[in-house]
Design a protein around this ligand. Structure first.
Ligand code: PRX
Length: 539
């Protein structure tokens, strides 16, 4: 057996120090007020060691699950890597999540510990009696412990040693847990292993094109897989300096940040790029972006107009990349040295083998539209859906992993995205489950039935559209509509909040009583419905 250490926490910190990068800036933290703070690899190594020691002191054992529930912040990175050093399973919860979203993740995974801050802890307090496995909460912004199980980050860290012997971690050891939404049922916990590091490092080098002297900025929130695979693991395992910005979208601030920090590689998303495209082109002339060498995009289809805009206004190519929470790392992409075909996601990376498969399982040839599949066995492949092995098994057919996307391949092996094969909504790169939104709406006493679909949107790629049928005696008013929106935001997240809500007299259902989202969608789009009997069967 190889004695090589696959520990992600070690590769991102201690190993970089051993390679002589201890004094190099690992993270330039830029707060919402634009105040900067630098953390060297040595700082990152010591603080993550302290966190690993603090976990041991609290009795948290290897294999136990813990989460951060924080906006982008330095403590989030430290907790993530520190818990991986201790061989815990670690997840990052999007700070906008509401009560149901939290219960479906913290509760379902039986997480024992959560790192959050005072303002967000209020949401947890409301549901804590439904999280019996949650033994401790650490708050990053209190000086003294609030109680025996609500603890102060700074007190814990001050009492923890900066020396920690990272175990020699086997590549199959579970590592990161991200929940992802499907079109039915509760969100599924996508479990990764330390071996994912191999693909994350390779792709950060070959696709993001990272070199030792780069300054890299990944705009994704750490609550999603891009934010961990490419906002933490890939770049730091290569010893790259990352800029992390705590503020939100603002075209001028973003350009200023790229200019001032001399960002050379930038990983962002189509919705953000489309927002930038809507700004006056003259804005970009005000900034010196000459250090910016490489721009990549992920999460939604990158429209050719954005690529043209990038060339004309920024004077740069924008490289589309494709992956999923389940794949852990980029699988299909454009990359340096490969001609971009605007509108195509690019070609499979390295030993990744992709295919287009018909519904009956046969592999299709050039030009044919079908299910985008991957041959299982890539290093960053997820190991299971936590506590839901049957859902994991159902994703595989004849040695192929079914991605749930539809695509076609051209004669040169470039893949072209067509859409999802299920009802999952992709709104500005975030997957939203229509089922979860429908369930949240049904919790309201006024709502008798609800159906939720994805509708095309110029900015967000897709938007969440809800159809509701009210119980007799209730009136559809603007106040009720607002109540529905706030309810979904509180239960799930602002990302899942319907952009449009329509009242209907009845919802189309199939014989077994299931709501036919396809019919709703066709109605919304004003399309002919065609043969409803086959639609019924497909539901
Ligand atoms: O439908 C595809 C879309 O996002 C899905 C994966 O979402 P998630 O698991 O949340 O991971 C997001 C971070 C990669 C895919 O199944 N998607 C992702 N990248 C692209 C894309 N759709 C079109 N083009 C892309 N480049």
């Amino acid at each position: 057996m190889s004695m090589e250490n696959f520990n992600i926490g070690y590769h991102c910190t201690g190993k970089q120090c051993e390679l002589g990068r201890g004094g190099k800036v690992a993270m330039r933290w830029i707060g919402t007020d634009f105040e900067r703070r630098d953390y060297t690899f040595d700082d990152l190594n010591r603080t993550t060691n302290q966190f690993a020691n603090a976990l041991a002191g609290l009795g948290v054992r290897r294999g136990e699950v813990l989460f951060t529930f924080l906006p982008k912040s330095p403590e989030q990175f430290v907790a993530f890597l520190g818990s991986l050093k201790a061989e815990c399973i670690t997840g990052t919860l999007f700070s906008n999540f509401g009560e149901d979203a939290l219960i479906d993740r913290i509760g379902a995974s039986e997480a024992c510990l959560l790192v959050t801050r005072k303002s967000l802890y209020r949401k947890i307090e409301k549901v804590r009696d439904r999280l019996p496995a949650l033994r401790m909460v650490i708050l990053t912004d209190i000086q003294e412990d609030l109680s025996t199980d609500v603890l102060s980050w700074s007190r814990l860290m001050a009492g923890a040693s900066p020396d920690f012997a990272v175990p020699v971690t086997d590549p199959e050891t579970p590592s990161v847990l991200h929940y992802t939404s499907g079109s039915t049922g509760k969100p599924k916990g996508v479990l990764h292993r330390h071996r994912s590091l191999v693909k994350q490092t390779q792709t950060a080098r070959d696709i993001l094109g990272l070199r030792d002297d780069d300054i890299y900025w990944c705009t994704a929130d750490q609550g999603w897989v891009t934010g961990t695979s490419y906002g933490i693991i890939g770049p730091w395992s290569l010893g790259i300096t990352q800029v992390h910005f705590g503020g939100g979208y603002d075209a001028r601030n973003w350009m200023e940040l790229i200019e001032r920090e001399k960002v050379s590689v930038w990983y962002t998303a189509p919705t953000a790029l489309r927002m930038l495209l809507r700004e006056e082109a003259s804005l970009y002339g005000e900034f010196n972006l000459k250090e910016l060498r490489h721009i990549c995009s992920v999460g939604e289809p990158l429209n050719p107009e954005v690529i043209t805009w990038g060339r004309e206004v920024l004077g740069k190519d924008i490289f589309d990349t494709w992956f999923q929470t389940e794949t852990g790392a980029i699988m299909i992409s454009n990359r340096p040295g490969l001609a971009i075909r605007p509108g195509s996601m690019g070609i499979p990376y390295g030993d990744v083998k992709a295919g287009v498969i018909a519904d009956d399982g046969t592999e299709l040839g050039v030009g044919a539209q079908g299910n985008l599949c991957l041959r299982s066995g890539w290093e960053s492949m997820f190991i299971t859906y936590l506590k839901n092995e049957s859902a994991y098994q159902s994703k595989f057919r004849n040695g192929w992993y079914m991605t749930g996307d539809m695509a076609w391949r051209d004669e040169d092996g470039y893949y072209w995205f067509l859409g999802r094969s299920d009802d999952v909504i992709n709104t500005s790169g975030h997957l939203v489950s229509p089922f979860e939104v429908e369930s949240a709406l049904l919790e309201l006493p006024e709502v008798a039935e609800s159906g939720v679909i994805a509708a095309p949107d110029e900015l967000l790629f897709e938007k969440v559209v809800a159809f509701v049928q009210l119980h007799a005696g209730f009136e559809y008013t603007p106040e009720l509509e607002l109540k529905m929106r706030i309810h979904v935001a509180n239960r799930l997240s602002s990302v899942a909040t319907p952009q449009e809500i329509f009242q209907v007299e009845a919802l189309p259902k199939n014989k077994s009583g299931k709501i036919m989202r396809r019919v709703l969608k066709a109605r919304y789009l004003g399309e002919e419905m065609g043969d409803i009997s086959t639609l019924e069967e497909r539901q």
